[in-house]
Design a binder for this molecule. Structure first.
Ligand code: DAH
Length: 354
């Protein structure tokens, strides 16, 4: 074989090799779907260790006349790689965009997420129910303030300073002299009487009360009360008893029995407490009613003449009855809630049950 023939054979061989490199490289490139693999391809096909580069490096040992031909050919391969790479990069950008759009796509036919529904607090429910019953009996609802003076909370209710009965109510005092948080709703009796005297009154006064007490399963430092007051001519203990019995029947149902027990409150004379038959044992005696068969739900009595006078009514002409009931207490009995602290701890697991 002549030299020329040898060079020609070598040229064909190298060109064929370059063709293979190009075809393989382009075929691989077409398969690529993501940016990262594209970078990898770039490095292996156009980087220092790429096959085309090997051939370019080998050129120095090639016969002189072969160099420009192979150089041009190899460059062509390089250029076609660079062009294809750019095209592929554009295509991949499009693929990646579509992919991310697909990820964000929402299926509008899927059912929506259900928003969690709020509900009325069990105390709100009880207060509304209690109010409803008394409103049907002709009582109006009167709002009296949570922040009171010593005068309204105690003195005008027949408890002068140092009266021992004040010990029944552990009081939150404020930094302002004589300003306290009401320990019961009874001071509202004075407010409502002073507003309406000498008109007859039938009113309920619902609201929060505050006591500086040890918090236990049975007592909280804040709780609701509903005060009941009726003032007029010829109001008797029989009216009180009938009103309360009717209330209990409407709230708990016809079949519940009640009893009045004598008690003492400075603002009523005579005073009593009302018990209802224990719901849990039906009067047989159980731990909840402490084996008595009865549960206390309210304090009540005929308004003391001094209190009537303080409200602006002549006790010789007018009489009245009053009562104070605890809605939490009633709720606990009805729903068999064993701890009063649940009411104000805002635990949804408790609240969701009502
Ligand atoms: N104020 C009393 C208390 O908090 C409850 C009470 C008892 C209210 C007798 C009354 C009543 O109106 O006549 O313990």
């Amino acid at each position: 074989m002549s030299d020329d023939e040898q060079v020609s054979v070598q040229k064909d061989r190298i060109q064929q090799k370059l063709n293979e490199i190009r075809n393989q490289g382009l075929a691989l490139l077409e398969e690529i779907q993501d940016e990262e693999s594209l970078q990898e391809w770039h490095r292996s096909h156009l980087g220092r260790k790429a096959a085309v580069m090997d051939i370019m490096r080998e050129m120095s040992s090639m016969p002189g006349e072969l160099r420009p031909i192979i150089g041009k050919y190899a460059n062509g391969v390089k250029q076609s790689f660079e062009k294809a790479l750019q095209e592929r990069a554009e295509a991949i950008k499009k693929i990646e965009l579509e992919r991310s759009l697909k990820k964000e796509q929402i299926d509008v036919t899927l059912p929506g997420r259900r928003p969690s529904r709020g509900r009325l607090h069990p105390e709100t429910q009880a207060l509304r129910e209690i109010s409803q019953i008394f409103v049907e009996m002709g009582f109006q609802i009167y709002r009296s303030p949570d922040v009171e003076t010593d005068e309204y909370n105690f003195e005008l209710l027949n408890m002068p300073p140092h009266h021992p009965a004040r010990d029944m109510w552990d009081t939150f005092y404020t930094t302002k002299e004589n300003v306290i948080l009401r320990t019961h709703t009874s001071p509202g009796q004075i407010h409502v009487m002073r507003q309406f005297a000498p008109e007859p009154i039938r009113a309920i006064l619902p609201g929060m009360c505050y006591r500086y007490e040890q918090i236990t399963a049975r007592s909280e430092i804040q709780f609701n009360q509903v005060e009941l007051i009726a003032v007029g001519k010829n109001i008797t203990f029989g009216d009180l008893k009938g009103t309360l019995q009717d209330f209990v029947n409407r709230l708990f149902g016809r079949e519940v029995r009640t009893r009045l027990r004598p008690n003492h409150f400075p603002f009523t004379e005579p005073s009593a407490e009302m018990d209802v038959e224990c719901f849990i044992c039906g009067g047989q005696g159980c731990p909840v009613c402490k084996k008595s068969g009865w549960l206390e739900i309210l304090g009540c009595g005929m308004m003391h003449p001094t209190v009537l006078k303080n409200g602006g009514y002549d006790p010789e002409v007018y009489s009245g009855f009053a009562a104070g009931l605890g809605p939490e207490r009633i709720n606990m009995l009805r729903h068999k809630i064993e701890d009063i602290r649940y009411f104000w701890s805002n635990d949804v697991r408790f609240l969701e049950q009502f």
